[in-house]
Design a protein around this ligand. Structure first.
Ligand code: ATP
Ligand code: MG
Length: 718
């Protein structure tokens, strides 16, 4: 069921049409925000289908699952019933790897470790490698390894490089970590890309076959690809170089995770026959918003100047507003939203509030909640990071992959069964020395001499519980999950420890997880496997929980706002050391990335935009004076509407400071404690150098890494 080409092209401008009608050969669509890049991708897929190109020959790679879902929705309207492959790089690789797992030494039921699993695995590898962590923390080691993987550097290659002291330590851990992952039949997020890139590099037959299969590849947000991703699409576009990429170098904001701007800047060199299309008309924003964005981004030196124009109405001037402190900022924003909604001028879903760090959302949440404004925080990963959810999932992981040592370590004494840390260590040591999974070691507990008799009994008891659960492995997910909760004794454990009245209680969360299983069973009546469910969970990204049609205000980080648009946008905390982040200021490239981050935020706004900063702000319980972001001076202030704080009273006198806040502060502190407890439950590393640990707890590209790894370069790009 394909649409007629004419109908498709009617909704597009001339340059957009040109891009959509391009069929064979490489194409680069280089254009600013809101110019219809993503729209061109969907329309082009529909156009290809209209040219009788079979859907299975087309793959569209997106940056988030959310973006893929949205694309699928739009495409379904243009070409109902199509089965074009759409998803993130990580999902693409996860699926390829299922088929070719054996070629990299894995089994097809391999597990994907999320960020906190990887952290556990890393700790164990560091121990086994016997390196000292005095000069390189586990997080730093993890960062170095992650960075290496994104540059396709294997352990042996890394060993032969000129290395800094930190890298030298990491280079010793890297091979051990990889070996342990393989024994556990597991991969981390970086491995998904690394394994596939290596497969394509080392197996010309497979490369050729897949190149033939995925004849048309489209990549959106190409400016944020890293070397591994680059290598993958490159390898799939040699015999059939019908690769089209879409991007905006000014919106590259993932350098800290290894994204390489050169991938887009050098595209014309890589594919000399490329057709380059520029889109210059912005359909999203008012001229007022666009001028502010343009003035800002002009200050970046490493960029190509682009022209953007729009036929949209002039709109209202962009507002720049100062507040005394974060509470005043939050209250004012909430008041304005309430006023606009109650006067019928806007709906809650028209509003988005962006901030540099997740932690800033807490005062905003408080203010919105206090006024009864519905809101959503976009951070889909959080649910799956809750302790009880991870516990239940860990049982499932172990059922799916008995080699999943991280899962075993997690559940062997959860709920408590009298198996202590010492016992677990002994199991681990036995497993390590015999090169077997820990579950296997547990089965052979009586052979472990250092184990007390009582411990052996307990361990055996656990194995028996496990076996009862594993016997249900092929049951519908819902049944399996209920079986886990009962057999493990987790339900009784939670009942004892949960407050039933509270719907965010652990018990309530486990019920929600079971609902997710029911939903999964329903959606996948034929292909629903445990493995597929776990893969979906592992690849959840932080923008995935975002529900567009919901009547709610959206709160999110600037990073998560990429590709989206909202009628009315607030950007809070445009302050020095926050935006730009203080860790970016040593390095020009990182500083420019911060500027791009603000640029991305500004260009999400359709009709109305307010930037704000405070004179004082509470950060980690400390109230400090702050100064405005240097980026504000780069904006066309004369045409903006500037509003100084009207509050004369000084909220933060010395006394209040010491007590941690005034009376209106108390509930805030509670929220803080609660939210932090949650967020820190299982969340990942302190990600070292450049990024704030708040931005992502984990997502589908979810390992965060520091950019401080430039002395090591890729061995060779295909
Ligand atoms: P970003 O760089 O932020 O990802 P983009 O270039 O991908 O932006 P889109 O999201 O595709 O831009 O388009 C921005 C908005 O403009 C969307 O609402 C889209 O539907 C609309 N739009 C794009 N092209 C046209 C057109 N020719 N006619 C009408 N609306 C359009
Ligand atoms: Mg887009």
């Amino acid at each position: 069921d394909v649409p007629h080409s004419d109908a498709l092209l009617r909704e597009l401008t001339a340059p957009q049409c040109e891009a959509v009608q391009h069929v064979d050969g490489p194409m680069l669509i280089l254009a600013g925000p809101g110019s219809g890049k993503t729209r061109v991708v969907t329309h082009r897929i529909a156009y290809l289908l209209a040219q009788d190109i079979p859907d299975w020959q087309i793959a569209a790679l997106t940056f988030t699952n959310k973006a893929a879902d949205e694309m699928r929705l739009r495409l379904d309207k243009l070409a109902p019933g199509q089965k074009v492959w759409m998803g993130t790089f990580h999902r693409f690789c996860a699926q390829l790897l299922r088929r070719y797992a054996s070629m990299v030494g894995l089994q097809e039921n391999y597990s994907i470790y999320d960020t906190s699993d990887s952290k556990q695995a890393m700790k164990r590898a560091i121990e086994a490698a016997g390196v000292s962590t005095t000069h390189a923390s586990p997080d730093q080691i993890a960062n170095v390894i992650s960075k290496a993987k994104n540059k396709l550097i294997t352990p042996d290659v890394m060993e032969g490089q000129m290395l800094s002291p930190k890298e030298t330590v990491a280079a010793k851990v890297y091979p051990v970590y990889q070996r342990q992952l393989l024994t556990a039949n597991a991969v981390d997020f970086d491995d998904l890309l690394l394994h596939v890139a290596n497969l394509l590099r080392h197996s010309p037959e497979l490369r050729g076959e897949l190149d033939q299969r995925f004849r048309y590849i489209l990549v959106d947000e190409y400016q944020d690809t890293n070397l591994a991703q680059y290598a993958i699409v490159r390898a799939l576009s040699i015999d059939h170089p019908n690769l089209s990429v879409t991007g905006d170098p000014d919106q590259s904001i993932y350098g800290w995770r290894g994204a390489d701007l050169n991938n887009i800047l050098d595209f014309e060199k890589d594919y000399p026959s490329v057709r380059t299309v520029r889109l210059e008309q912005n359909y999203r924003s008012t001229p007022n918003v666009l001028r502010v964005a343009d003035q800002l981004i002009r200050h970046n030196r490493r960029r190509k100047q682009k022209n953007l124009f729009t036929d949209n109405d002039e709109g209202e001037p962009v507002i720049l507003r100062w507040f005394e402190n974060g509470y005043e900022e939050a209250d004012s924003i909430a008041d304005e939203i309430v006023a606009a909604i109650s006067s019928g001028l806007a709906r809650p879903s028209d509003f988005a509030i962006f901030c540099r760090m997740n932690s800033l959302t807490r005062s905003l949440e408080h203010a919105l909640r206090g006024r009864g404004v519905p809101y959503q925080i976009v951070n889909g990963v959080e649910f799956y990071q809750r302790k009880e959810i991870k516990d239940v999932l860990a049982y499932l992981h172990l059922v799916n992959n008995p080699g999943h040592d991280v899962a075993l370590t997690r559940v062997i004494n959860t709920p408590t069964r009298g198996i202590g840390a010492k016992t677990v260590q002994r199991l681990q040591a036995f497993a390590d020395s015999h090169n077997i999974p820990m579950l296997e070691a547990a089965r052979r507990a009586e052979q472990i001499e250092s184990l007390a008799k009582r411990s052996v009994t307990m361990v055996k008891k656990f194995v028996a519980i496990y076996d009862r659960i594993a016997a249900r492995a092929t049951a519908p997910l819902e049944d399996l999950m209920r079986c886990v909760v009962q057999e493990s004794g987790y339900d009784k454990f939670l009942e004892k420890n949960s407050d039933e009245a509270d719907d965010s209680s652990p018990l309530g969360n486990v019920d929600e997880l079971i609902s997710a299983a029911v939903d999964f069973d329903r959606r996948h009546p034929d292909d629903g496997s445990l493995e597929a469910f776990l893969e979906q969970v592992a690849l959840v990204s932080d923008t995935d929980a975002f529900e567009e049609n919901d009547q709610r205000v959206t709160l999110m980080t600037l990073h998560a706002s990429k590709g989206l648009e909202f009628p009315r946008v607030f950007i809070v905390g445009v302050e020095d050391d926050l935006l730009p982040h203080k860790r970016s200021k040593e390095d020009d490239a990182q500083f420019e990335e911060e500027r791009r981050l603000l640029f991305v935020g500004i260009t999400r706004a359709k009709q109305w935009l307010q930037l704000s900063c405070c004179k004082r702000r509470m950060i980690r319980g400390d109230t400090r004076p702050v100064i405005a972001s240097p980026f504000l001076n780069e904006l066309p202030l004369e045409e903006m509407k500037r509003i100084e704080s009207t509050v004369q009273r000084n909220y933060f006198d010395q006394e209040i400071d010491q007590s941690g806040g005034g009376d209106w502060d108390l509930p805030e502190i509670q929220i803080n404690a609660e939210a932090q407890g949650e967020a820190q439950a299982d969340v990942s590393f302190d990600f070292g150098a450049n990024q704030d640990e708040d931005v992502f707890s984990s997502d589908d590209q979810a390992r965060e890494s520091s950019p401080a790894f430039d002395s090591v370069t890729a061995e060779s790009a295909p």
